[in-house]
Ligand binder design. Structure first.
Ligand SMILES: [Zn+2]
Length: 116
């Protein structure tokens, strides 16, 4: 199965070749807490950006290892890309940008990013 999402204005649209997860990661770091992400992580190959790739702007901070990509038009950040702990390139999908994800049914896994 796969699922689809977009930024608010619809410029950036994407599909993820994976089942919708029933868990999401919520992190309390200085960046995540401000944006309120509910994230799921997939191999970069599973992310298919169908439109708007040229409209994405990368924000980086700290070690600048993760590209936090946001739409230049509406500012939504539907996903980010970076290197996972195993050295593989990952995409962090913001489930808040996936309309078919029922956010109230997700088991939220809290990550203490603020202390890392
Ligand atoms: Zn947008």
């Amino acid at each position: 199965m796969s699922y689809s999402g977009s930024c608010h204005c619809g410029t950036v649209a994407f599909t993820v070749d994976a089942d919708l997860p029933n868990e999401a990661t919520s992190c309390n770091c200085s960046h995540c807490r401000r944006k309120g992400f509910l994230l799921t992580f997939v191999p970069i190959e599973a992310l298919d950006v169908e439109s708007g790739e040229e409209n994405l702007i990368a924000y980086t901070f700290n070690k600048h290892e993760i590209e936090h990509l946001f739409c230049e038009e509406c500012g939504c950040q539907p996903f980010g890309v970076g290197i996972g702990p195993n050295g593989e390139e990952l995409a962090a999908i913001n489930l808040r940008c996936v309309p078919e994800a029922d956010l109230d049914l997700l088991t939220v896994l809290k990550v203490d990013g603020a202390s890392l």
